[in-house]
Ligand binder design. Structure first.
Ligand SMILES: [Zn+2]
Ligand SMILES: [Zn+2]
Length: 223
């Protein structure tokens, strides 16, 4: 097989490694196994092939980084993923909780021609429905931070849902509460002893109790 053309499996590894490092988390084989829901030996074998074919390099402490070739291939698939999510969400009106899995299937089969039409269609769109830069290469910071770190009483705008390892149920839960990009919220209380936050959302009158792990998935900007 031509090692210049990543297989769908390799594309998924590349985009996951890209996404994890985009949010400045450390990447290890154990984390990939956890996020992909596959066994550690499977991940190890795939990573060995990827290193042999020049997609990644592994440094000390088993930290994984993309090579230049890996970075280019990862960006290509991340872009297609984000464009397809826009198509499914904006044009077809599918719920946020459904589009990621579907985009994962479609992203591997999209032709250059379709991609160029998608690029044209969404040329004025800056972010995917989850709040990822559409073209995948904008700096991550912009003053967005995990909700868990937000001070109480500030007006916050939800900017991104870190969604590449979240379950569909978790996304449905956030969707039902309208805790999605574009919604304004305030943290009323950090209940550290109870590992939860109490929120007030502009989208609904009742206060919302959210567990800390969910609050880690949401990036907000103070407005
Ligand atoms: Zn996605
Ligand atoms: Zn995929």
């Amino acid at each position: 097989m031509d090692a210049q053309q990543p297989t769908p499996t390799i594309e998924d590894y590349l985009s996951l490694i890209f996404s994890i490092s985009f949010d400045q988390e450390k990447i290890t084989g154990a984390k990939l196994a956890d996020y992909l829901g596959v066994s550690a030996p499977t991940v190890t074998a795939t990573l060995q092939r990827m290193e042999r074919d020049g997609w990644i390099s592994t440094g000390d402490k088993k930290q994984i980084t993309l090579t230049e070739k890996g970075q280019t291939a990862a960006l290509a698939v991340v872009r297609r993923h984000n464009l397809v999510e826009c198509l499914l969400f904006e044009v077809l009106g599918m719920p946020l909780s459904s589009i990621h899995d579907e985009a994962h299937r479609i992203e591997h089969a999209i032709s250059q021609e379709t991609e160029s039409y998608l690029n044209k269609k969404f040329k004025n769109v800056q972010f995917s429905p989850f709040g990822m830069p559409l073209l995948g290469d904008t700096p991550p910071t912009r003053g967005w931070k995990p909700l868990i770190q937000a001070s109480t009483g500030r007006n916050l705008l939800i900017r991104r849902i870190i969604h590449y390892h979240s379950t569909r149920e978790a996304l449905q839960f956030l969707e039902q509460l309208e805790l999605i990009p574009g919604t304004q919220i305030q943290v009323l209380e950090h209940q550290v002893y109870n590992q939860t936050l109490i929120l007030q959302s502009a989208a609904q009158p009742e206060k919302i109790t959210l567990g800390n792990p969910m609050a880690q998935m949401i990036l907000v900007e103070e407005i």
